[in-house]
Ligand binder design. Structure first.
Ligand code: 5AD
Length: 352
C-alpha cells in the first residue's frame, strides 16, 4: 500500500515517473490512492485557477471526414451518417449567441472536410477575430501541413486540439487505417507547438486493445510533450463502427487519470469531457472534482447536434445553448465551483 502512496508523493513533487511507475499507479488503483491523487490534483488546480471553471463554446462545423478511424461515428465509410457542413454565416451566428452568453473561447471542431481550404478557414477566422477581438479561437480540424497550420495561426487562431489518440504504434494501427500514422500525428503536434499555438493532445480511456502499458505510455508522452491542454474521455462505442460491440471506457479510471495528469502538469487546461458526462450522469462534475478545470458546452445549431455523433447517446443534444449553460452553472455552483467569463488561457503564475 505504501508504495503507491509514495509514488503519488513523488509525482506531486517531481511531475515525473518512469513508465513502470505509471503502470504501477494504474494497476494498483485503490480508494486510498484515488483520494490522495484527487486531493493533490485539486490543490494544484486551485493554485493556478482558484475555483474557476473555464467554458469553451463548441461549434461542430462539419461531420464530413475523409478519414476512416475505426472508433469514430463520422468515419467516411459510415453510410448512415447524415452529413452536413455549416456555412460561415451559421458559424458566425453560433459565435454571436455564444458571446452573448459569456463565452470568450470558440472551438471550431469538425471532421477532415476537404472543403476547409486554408483560404476558407483563414477568412472565417479573421471574421470571428474582427467581431470578437477579446475571444480566443481554438481549432480542432485534424491533420494538416505545417504551412497550413501557420496560415491559420497568422489569421488569428490561438489554440489547436489534436488528440494523439494513443502513444503506442501498434495500438495506433489497431484504431486507424494504415494511411494514418502515429508518426504524422506527433509531427503535427510538434509543428503546432513550434508555430506558437497553445496545443492540446489526448486519448480515449478504454479504447479497444488499450493495455495498461498503453495508458502509461500516454502519460509519459503527456509528461514529455508538455501540452497546454489535454482532452481525455472514455471510449464509447458507436453503432455504425466495427467497435459497436466493444464496451465503453470506465468513468472512474478516467477521473483517476485526470488527477494524475493534473500532477504531471499542475497548470494544464484539462476538460471534463462530454464523453465523461455521457458514460456517467454526473461525470463532468466528477471530472472537475478530480482536477479538471474546463468544460466545453455545445454551441452548434440544435439541428445538427445529433448528426455530429462520434459515439452513441451523446448528452445535451436537445437543450438550447442558453439553457444548458444555465444548468451547468448551477451544477458547478453546487459542487463549489464557478463558471467564469474569461478567455481561459493557460496560467503560468501560481497564486500561492
Ligand atoms: N468514443 C469516445 N471518443 C471518441 N472520439 C472519437 N470517437 C470516439 C468514441 N467512439 C474522440 C477522439 C477524437 C475526439 C474528437 O473525439 O479521441 O480525437
Amino acid at each position: 500500500m505504501s508504495k503507491i502512496l509514495d509514488l503519488i508523493d513523488k509525482l506531486y513533487e517531481t511531475h515525473s515517473l518512469s513508465l513502470d511507475e505509471y503502470e504501477y499507479l494504474i494497476t494498483h488503483k485503490c480508494d486510498e490512492a484515488t483520494e490522495k491523487l484527487r486531493t493533490y490534483a485539486v490543490a494544484n488546480r486551485r493554485k493556478f485557477y482558484s475555483n474557476h471553471v473555464f467554458v469553451r463554446g463548441l461549434i461542430e462545423v462539419s461531420n464530413i471526414c475523409k478519414n476512416d478511424c475505426y472508433y469514430c461515428g463520422i468515419r467516411k465509410s459510415n453510410e448512415n451518417c447524415d452529413r452536413y457542413r455549416l456555412s460561415k454565416e451559421e458559424i458566425l451566428s453560433c459565435c454571436n449567441e455564444g458571446y452573448e452568453l459569456g463565452f470568450r473561447t470558440f472551438v471550431l471542431q469538425g471532421g477532415e472536410d476537404g472543403t476547409f481550404t486554408d483560404t476558407w478557414l483563414c477568412d472565417l477566422i479573421s471574421a470571428i477575430k474582427n467581431r470578437y477581438p477579446d475571444c480566443a479561437i481554438t481549432l480542432s480540424l485534424g491533420e494538416r501541413t505545417k504551412e497550413s497550420y501557420q496560415k491559420l495561426y497568422n489569421s488569428g487562431a490561438n489554440r489547436y486540439l489534436l488528440r494523439h489518440e494513443t502513444a503506442d504504434e501498434l495500438h495506433y494501427s489497431q484504431l486507424h487505417p494504415s494511411n494514418l500514422t502515429l508518426e504524422n500525428r506527433i509531427k503535427c503536434l510538434r509543428d503546432l507547438k513550434e508555430i506558437g499555438f497553445q496545443v492540446g493532445c489526448g486519448f480515449m480511456v478504454g479504447s479497444p486493445y488499450q493495455s495498461v502499458k498503453n495508458i502509461a505510455q500516454d502519460l509519459k508522452f503527456i509528461e514529455e510533450f508538455s501540452p497546454h491542454m489535454c482532452g481525455i474521455g472514455p471510449f464509447i462505442p458507436h453503432k455504425d463502427t466495427i467497435f459497436k460491440n466493444e464496451k465503453a471506457g470506465d468513468a472512474q479510471l478516467c477521473c483517476y487519470l485526470l488527477s494524475i495528469i493534473r500532477l504531471i502538469k499542475p497548470n494544464i487546461l484539462l476538460p471534463a469531457t462530454t464523453a465523461l458526462g455521457t458514460v456517467k450522469n454526473d461525470g463532468r462534475e466528477r471530472g472537475i472534482l478530480s482536477g479538471a478545470n474546463v468544460i466545453m458546452p455545445n454551441l452548434s445549431p440544435l439541428s445538427v447536434r445529433k448528426k455530429y455523433a462520434l459515439y452513441d447517446n451523446k448528452i445535451s443534444t436537445g437543450d438550447e445553448s442558453a439553457q444548458s449553460l444555465q444548468n451547468l452553472k448551477k451544477s458547478m455552483h453546487a459542487i463549489g465551483y464557478e463558471v467564469v467569463v474569461d478567455r481561459g488561457d493557460i496560467n503560468t503564475i501560481s497564486k500561492e
